[in-house]
Design a binder for this molecule. Sequence first.
Ligand code: FA5
Length: 342
Amino acid sequence: MLEPLNQLEEEARAALEAAADPGALAAWRTTYLGRRGKVTEAVKALATLPAAERPAYGRRVNEIKEALEAAYEARAEALRQASLAQAWVADQVDVTLPGRPIRPGRLHPSTQTLREIYRIFAEMGFQVYRSRDVETDEMNFTLLNMPPHHPARDMWDTFYTTRPGVILRTHTSPGQIRAMRDYCPEPIRVILPGMCYRYEQITARSEIMFNQVEGLAVGRNITMANLKGTIVDFARRMFGEGRRVRFRASHFPFTEPSAEVDMDCILCGGKGCRVCKYTGWLEIMGSGMVHPVVLKNGGYDPDVYSGFAFGMGPERIAMLKHGIEDIRYFWANDLRFLQQFG
Ligand code: FA5
């Protein structure tokens, strides 16, 4: 009569020993100690036995039930300890390993170029004047001698905001008006760096957003010779002694006379190559004498004051300096490109 109970205990203990993870342990508990488990059923069977057999059976089955419950707890605890011990080993930190070096950040190539430009112009007495990216149509065009419907506006198509007359600046030149209105009637010697935006086809040489650095000098007796001297000096400090610079007649509505500035090609030294399109020259900026209308819009009397201005693209300058063949790398966020500029 008690033999089946002994067998049940033996079987349950063997199965418990074999349960090696929490899932198997839970299944074991259901099989033996659950509401319809084998041990529970054995307890229920007590009621069906003849009265004489009940005391011995009852004692034994209770004994087994309690023993298995205790064994279950012990096994659960042992498994918990084993898994803790395993985690302990797996997560162990080897303090003797060398640390992982923290890689220092570096400046974006545009920032590096901008800083070099600031340094060169600072040595010539130019201050940095910051002007806004979001401009009015009036500042960006009208006050620069480009009234509405002026054909020159077509060269500088931009992004319009939902607020009438508020746009993203297409060049840093509107900063000229802001600087003049700030300084007037004092003399001015500033550079105006910052982002510009244009609604145009993106190509290897043209982006829809790019930096410009504008230069502006206003005072009495400022001449074209001052403009040429400043730009030639800049080109030599930026690209090396002995650089040749030429001024090519051009047109900007806000300067008169106007000139494009070319430098002898730094790759072929002026002999002619693919980069300079076999001309021997590379265009580096636009420039000119500040137009009397612009001086007046800035608050200066053009009969007393004169000034020069120029505007260059630092990305194009960085491209020349480092032999970068595509301007799109600048804002593509590809670390392989950016990490080359230590
Ligand atoms: C201007 O924007 C004039 N405001 C420059 C100026 C200032 C002339 C003061 C006279 C006096 P331009 O559109 O050529 O001119 O642009 C000047 C420079 O900005 C270019 O030489 C080029 O280096 C850079 N640039 C222009 N468009 C782009 C573009 N889409 N992507 C990258 N750089 C550009």
